[in-house]
Design a binder for this molecule. Structure first.
Ligand code: GLU
Length: 448
């Protein structure tokens, strides 16, 4: 894919010049600009008001020191980030990632994606993202708590239910959200439920928030297959990762009749031809925080492959649910050669641009993350809605709202793709539909 429109090309060049060394951010911007040629041709008003340049520049970027003391008494220093990218549609909304790979370029790529993803949900949420290069792996609960408290001691002044509402991402789950909320409440002396999402269901969290990203990805696959008169029933599925998104993608794929035969972590993958044992997976990952190799130790039917690529495992449906750029061109070729016809991204930007091109050329049904994984943030918006009305919905109600929202996102992508003469192109559909909603709001609000 190339940015062929010269106006878009010069915007991309400017983004690269102004954000040197931030490769993931450049990639995320390029993927969106690649879709916008026909939009700019049809609507010169966006280019005239320089809406695209403005969308590529975050409204605010915060970088801060996070000092804390580890269990041995040693002083540790991490770097904290919050990029408040776009608030045209609502308060900044997006997760926090705690992982050693986090730097400004990762946070900006995630924040940029979040703007369009959140727009696609149809809900009143802007886009932002944050995190730290802190590595929770191998840290005690007490260390994680002290880190979260220090992180929030700076972050609290920038967030609020009408300003910026963080949540989880890689390395940030229920435990971390609890510590972060506790510190926010203590510093501000306010029980402001709507300041964070992903809270425990006993203290302001929404039913189905934990499951929502994975469930939503499976619902999106179901919608794509329905268009072809098919379903997940009887399909062989490979899910990369074994974190929160992966676990609940497995759960919903199984509920919809598919069989997940492989899952992974950063060290390797397991193949289980009898179908992944969900209870064991949850026990290992949610309770023991163990490596996926343990799965094969405890389940004779399974085999563990250290290193290697999970995409070597043949499947009908591939759900990359681990991290960015985990599925490259050669993995995409292998998947297509071995009969894979559906790919939906549970993670953010897991497929490289060359990988996406392979899928598109092969006629694979390909759902980009900003559409397929939007169920998580959409359910966060439902959590905000419940907090604002001091209400708490049942599991059934929250899940049926999630299913409706995913069907709505699918419909918006499909309509935009049809409207721009590219039926079935979910990449174009997601980028265009998300862009139009943000751009129209920005035009209405003037040069701000
Ligand atoms: N981190 C998730 C995402 O990538 C969820 C963000 C949220 O719930 O605010 O969309």
């Amino acid at each position: 894919m190339t940015v062929d429109d010269s106006r878009l090309h010069s915007i991309y060049d400017l983004v690269v010049r102004r954000n040197p060394g931030e490769d993931e951010f450049h990639q995320a911007v390029r993927e969106v600009l690649d879709s916008l040629g026909p939009v700019v041709a049809r609507h010169p008003e966006y280019a005239d008001a320089r809406v695209i340049e403005r969308i590529c520049e975050p409204e605010r970027q915060i970088i801060f020191r996070v000092p804390w003391v580890d269990d041995s008494g040693r002083v540790e220093i991490n770097r904290g980030f919050r990029v408040e990218f776009n608030s045209a549609l609502g308060p900044y909304k997006g997760g926090l990632r705690f992982h050693p790979s986090v730097y400004l370029g990762i946070v900006k790529f995630l924040g940029f994606e979040q703007v369009f993803k959140n727009a696609l949900t149809g809900m009143p949420i802007g886009g932002g993202k944050g995190g730290s290069d802190f590595d929770p792996k191998g840290r005690s609960d007490a260390e994680v708590m002290r880190f979260c408290q220090s992180f929030m001691t700076e972050l609290y002044r920038h967030i609020g239910e009408y300003t910026d509402v963080p949540a989880g991402d890689i390395g940030v789950g229920g435990r971390e959200i609890g510590y972060l909320f506790g510190q926010y409440k203590r510093i501000t002396n306010r029980y402001e439920s709507g300041v964070l999402t992903g809270k425990g269901t006993g203290w302001g969290g929404s039913a189905v928030r934990k499951e929502a990203t994975g469930y939503g990805t499976a619902f999106f696959v179901q919608e794509m297959l329905r268009e072809r008169g098919e379903s997940l029933d009887g399909k062989r599925v490979v899910v990369s990762g074994s974190g929160n998104v992966a676990i609940y993608a497995v759960e919903k794929v199984h509920a919809l009749g598919g069989t997940v035969v492989a899952v992974s972590d950063s060290a390797g993958y397991v193949v289980d031809e009898t179908g992944v044992d969900l209870e064991l997976l949850k026990q290992l990952k949610e309770v023991e925080r163990a490596r996926i190799s343990e799965y094969a130790e405890r389940r004779p039917a399974a085999s563990y492959v250290a290193g290697g690529s999970i995409w070597d495992v043949p499947c009908d449906v591939a759900l990359p649910c681990a991290t960015e750029n985990e599925l490259d061109e050669s993995a995409a070729r292998t998947l297509v050669e071995q009969g894979c016809t559906v790919v939906a991204e549970g993670a953010n930007m897991p497929t490289t641009p060359a990988g996406v091109a392979v899928f598109v050329d092969a006629g694979v049904l390909f759902a980009p993350g900003k559409a397929a994984n939007a169920g998580g943030v959409a359910t966060s918006a439902l959590e905000m809605q419940q907090n604002a009305s001091r209400d708490s919905w049942t599991h059934e109600h929250a899940e049926s709202r999630l299913a409706e929202i995913m069907a709505g996102i699918h419909a918006r992508c499909a309509e935009a793709a049809d409207d721009y003469g590219r039926p079935g192109d979910y990449v174009l559909g997601a980028n265009v539909s998300g862009f139009l909603r943000v751009a129209d709001a920005m035009l209405a609000m003037g040069v701000v």
